[in-house]
Write a protein that binds this ligand. Structure first.
Ligand code: IMP
Length: 181
């Protein structure tokens, strides 16, 4: 099997096998919760793209995809809470079951902004799925309905998550040590 060089230097927090098992559980939960209905999975680019792709294949419902993109003024490691929509959804969300798919909830400011924006368009239901949740960092009072793993306050990369656009393609979720940030 080809090796992915950066993984060697980084501490693995969740292996690809652990992630796959948890994503399958989340997919089964969503399938049960929305049995007999259709859902729209809305991924927040770019970090949620890999999670959305895997999660979607574990959902046994009529499902469509959409993507949004936001930019927040802040550092590479943290959003400032001043969120701007760069790309909106392509389809109407009114009266649809929307599941916002995020890679990680940190301060919660991004998802809180998106939640308000989506609710204004009157979806039938609005749920939030996040692979990772740094609960201890929360500023905005927002919780996810489907959470993969609650993690400590460490900067993580891989499985879609980046640092300065790098590491998204690592198959495992890894901790980026401070000296590499
Ligand atoms: P929030 O608005 O503070 O919840 O920030 C959410 C966004 O910050 C995520 O979608 C990520 O883009 C980024 N982020 C927060 N923590 C991490 C991390 O540990 N690694 C990579 N990106 C992160």
């Amino acid at each position: 099997m080809p090796s992915t060089a950066p993984t060697v230097q980084l501490k693995v927090l969740y292996t690809r096998e652990q992630i796959a098992r948890r994503v399958a559980e989340l997919g089964a939960e969503i399938s049960r919760d929305f049995a007999g209905q259709s859902v729209v999975l809305v991924g927040v680019l770019k970090g949620a793209s890999i999670f959305l792709g895997d999660l979607a294949r574990q959902i046994s419902l009529d499902a469509t995809f959409d993507f949004i993109s936001v930019s927040s003024y802040g550092t590479e490691k943290q959003s400032s809470g001043e969120v701007r929509l760069v790309k909106d959804v392509d389809q109407s969300i009114q009266d649809r079951n929307i599941i916002l798919v995020e890679d990680i909830l940190d301060t919660g400011l991004t998802i809180s902004f998106l939640r308000k924006k989506f609710l204004a368009h009157q979806p039938r239901t609005l749920k939030i799925a996040a692979l990772l949740d740094k609960v201890s960092r929360r500023i905005a009072p927002v919780t996810a309905d489907y959470v993969g793993f609650v993690i400590p306050d460490e900067f993580v990369v891989g499985y879609g998550l980046d640092y300065a656009e790098r590491y998204r393609n690592l198959p495992d979720v890894c901790v980026l040590p401070p000296e590499m940030q």
